[in-house]
Design a protein around this ligand. Structure first.
Ligand SMILES: Cc1cc2nc3c(=O)[nH]c(=O)nc-3n(C[C@H](O)[C@H](O)[C@H](O)COP(=O)(O)O)c2cc1C
Length: 366
């Protein structure tokens, strides 16, 4: 099938990108003391030179003492880290690219195997480390207000530094997702509740404050996942009606693009229809969506964390769904981690030169 449609430009508010291919956010932990250096700028610049439409950075944490559970993850606060990010976005722009930081608070996490710990206890809706146990403190309402402020400050800084848009990390069991997930949100105040709609209040407050900080014309992306790292088959929304109850408060708060994280983009979200998560999110909200998950690869990314390799695979099923209008943008992770020229090779149909993914790619910033 032709990939032509993937190479049509995309425009939304102030965002103009040259094609529909997005680099998925991928933590690399190559930023000592949270400061992205010249090697990180060069890494992203290579993806801009390689014609990626929109680069999403690795998760980069907000200004809270325990927003980060891993050494080497970049900060998105403090003069030195923000200067580092300024070099990144300038390098990406020099190569004709567009980029968003993925703004992150990791919430309650297990301790890092190295023994490294943040300067304050981990913090989350109820202090719960899924699937069982605790590791940190339950947030007070004052803490929540400060976290909301810190997300908004990071978004304001992204705009000030020149990033084209900003992505909020609301997926994969991290802080925002810990509020969505009934197992980790046992709160009895306005941030808790029995329904997914009630547990969306925190995300909606973050989006509202971010919107105030960046203005109306600056697009806001939020990344969401039904699955949790500890429960791959979990559905926050078990039906389309529940999905609508989940997403609508975020639309009302001002989100522009839903980035719908799946391990395998071809898996239908609900029985009786082949639409995937991004397809349903677009259908239910009318907002632009990004799909992701094993595009152009034989194996999924959770396997990659166990050291599995993946070989290149056909894009036909992706193109069938894209051409049908299910989603607006497609995010590609491991192929772009391993090969900055992946987009160019796809465009020029140099399929024999595609590299796939092997764990060795994680060891350096290729
Ligand atoms: C090494 C690695 C690091 C990742 N880090 C993040 C991250 O910081 N934020 C995030 O939202 N997803 C993260 N992911 C998930 C990817 O963004 C993506 O959703 C996943 O790899 C599936 O896409 P793929 O099959 O094209 O690799 C990571 C994935 C990998 C392989």
């Amino acid at each position: 099938m032709s990939t032509n449609n993937l190479f049509q430009p995309f425009q939304l508010k102030s965002l103009n990108i040259k094609n529909r291919i997005v680099m998925a956010p991928m933590t690399r932990a190559f930023s000592p003391n949270g400061i992205p250096g010249a090697n990180v700028a060069e890494y992203y610049k290579r993806r801009a030179e390689g014609q990626v439409g929109l680069i999403l950075s690795e998760g980069t944490v907000i200004d809270r003492p325990s927003s980060n559970a891993h050494p080497g993850v970049p900060h998105f606060y403090g003069t030195e880290a923000l200067n580092g990010w300024k070099h990144v976005i300038d390098a990406v722009h020099a190569a004709g690219g567009a980029m968003a930081p993925q703004i992150w608070h990791q919430g309650i996490q297990p301790n890092h195997p190295s023994g490294w710990l943040p300067s304050a206890p981990f913090e989350g809706p109820s202090g719960i480390l899924a699937p069982e146990g605790t590791n940190g403190k339950a947030l007070t309402e004052e803490d929540i207000a400060d976290i909301v402020r810190a997300f908004a400050q990071a978004a304001a800084d992204a705009k000030r530094l020149g990033f084209e848009t900003v992505e909020l990390h609301g997926a994969h069991g991290y802080l925002i997702d810990q509020f969505f997930y009934a197992l980790t949100n046992k709160r009895t105040d306005k941030y808790g509740g029995n329904t997914i709609g009630e547990r969306t209040r925190f995300a909606a407050e973050v989006i509202k404050e971010v919107r105030k900080a960046v203005g109306e014309d600056y697009p806001i992306i939020i990344r969401l996942s039904q699955f949790k790292p500890t429960e791959y088959n979990h559905k926050l929304a078990a039906t389309p009606a529940e999905m609508e109850a989940w997403l609508t408060p975020m639309v009302d708060a001002g989100v522009d693009i839903f980035h719908c994280s799946q391990r395998r983009f071809w898996e239908p979200e609900f029985e009786g229809d082949d639409l995937n998560f991004a397809g349903w999110a677009k259908k239910l909200t009318g907002k632009a969506t990004i799909t992701v998950g094993s595009i152009g690869l034989s194996g999924d990314f959770m396997g990659a964390f166990q050291g599995e390799s993946s070989s290149p695979s056909s894009l036909d099923e992706l193109l069938r769904r894209f051409d049908r209008g299910d989603f607006d943008l497609v995010a590609v992770g491991r192929p772009l981690l391993a090969d900055p020229a992946w987009v160019v090779k796809i465009k020029e149909e140099r399929n024999g030169e595609l590299k796939g993914f092997s764990k060795e790619a994680l060891a350096t910033l290729i």
